[in-house]
Design a protein around this ligand. Structure first.
Ligand code: PHE
Length: 349
């Protein structure tokens, strides 16, 4: 072996030693991969040895080539072994840190509930749908005509003051009552009519029992021979289903431009059974809705022959019914979205 060959041998040996050292010291697969590329990559140390081949005398090339191949094989084996160990260690670590404790209690998802106004609205719809009423919804933005004029409430009518109206323009307003839907229903359909119209209404009014937005439920029946008796019978049935099996109703004379005669309907107090308590302010009765026999002028406004047909109409506040039914003393609780309050109401079956 001449000096040059000895030098080559030494370099190859050193490369092997360095590679083994780097492989041993690599802490993770990424560092190991980088080291491997330094030795075995396309620009790596082994490749550099190969490139030297052309400067070596031809008769020495085979043995030099063998040496390089042997070095490459050793390095490949070395890196592969180290890689295997590192992978195992990394997997072990992953298994330990990502361990799932299957005995930990799960996270509970809170269950939502229907809003008391929705509950009462659904109950009302159920009660009246059961009596054959059809749902008919009108728009929340109404014209003056449907909200007032057609309901026998012309511009100078004092009854307009009863309902502080939000006007959008001279002619457009936020409806103050679902009664506007009576007109729309009668324009669309000829008698017999039996319709129920739930929806939001708006009035410039705000205290513990009034809110600028609330819900009403309107009912309208038009047919031949409809009388106050039909209204009373239907109301008794409604009170029994909504409040309690022995609830009674009482009619008191009242005034609405679109009904004649008009009544205010009281239901016997379900808290005291009619004896008198704080809820009914000692009277034994609670006012729940307005109603009456449809004014013949209203029928005529809708092209219905008032000599042939008659009808009754009623309108109730959904919030008011909910407050009475559940003993809620402030209407604001219904719009505050406090889940501690709202979570108390459960659907009745
Ligand atoms: N619209 C009336 C109100 O809002 C209620 C009502 C409806 C009265 C139908 C009579 C007939 O006060």
């Amino acid at each position: 072996m001449n000096d040059e060959e000895k030098q080559d041998d030494k370099e190859l040996d050193e490369a092997l030693k360095n590679a083994i050292k780097e492989a041993e010291e690599a802490e993770n697969s990424r560092i190991l991969y980088e080291a491997k590329m330094r030795f075995l990559g396309r620009m790596g140390i082994v490749m550099n040895f190969m490139k030297r081949m052309k400067d070596i005398p031809p008769e020495k090339r085979p043995s030099f080539g063998k040496q390089i191949n042997a070095l490459r094989d050793k390095l490949e084996a070395e890196f592969a072994a180290r890689e295997e160990r590192l992978k195992k260690r990394e997997m072990q670590k992953k298994i330990e840190t990502e361990k799932i404790d299957v005995t930990m209690p799960g996270k509970r998802t809170a269950k939502g509930a229907l809003h008391p106004v929705t509950l009462v609205k659904n109950q009302l719809v159920d009660i009246f749908a059961g009596m054959g009423f059809e749902i008919f919804e009108g728009p929340e933005i109404e014209t003056d005509y449907y909200n007032f004029t057609a309901l026998n409430t012309p511009a100078d009518h004092p009854a307009r003051d009863m309902q502080d109206t939000f006007y959008i323009s001279d002619n457009l307003l936020l409806r103050t009552q679902t009664s506007a839907a009576q007109i729309r229903a009668m324009e669309k359909k000829k008698p017999p009519i039996k319709m129920l119209s739930p929806g939001r209404v708006f009035r410039s009014d705000d205290d513990a029992t009034h809110s600028p937005m609330f819900h009403q439920m309107e009912g309208l029946v038009v047919d031949r021979g409809i009388t106050m008796c039909d209204l009373k019978g239907m109301l008794d049935e409604f009170a029994r289903t909504m409040f309690s099996g022995n609830s009674k109703t009482r009619l008191r004379p009242s005034y609405f431009p679109f009904t004649e005669p008009s009544v205010e309907v009281d239901v016997s107090c379900s808290a005291c059974g009619g004896k008198g308590c704080s809820l009914c302010k000692g009277t034994g009765w609670i006012e729940v809705l307005g109603a009456g026999i449809v004014n013949r002028r209203v029928l005529e406004n809708c092209g219905i022959d008032a000599d042939e047909y008659s009808g009754f109409a009623f309108g109730m506040g959904v919030e008011r019914i909910a407050m009475l039914k559940y003993g809620i003393n402030n209407i604001k609780l219904l719009t505050e979205n406090d889940t501690r309050f709202l979570g108390q109401f459960k659907e009745e079956n």
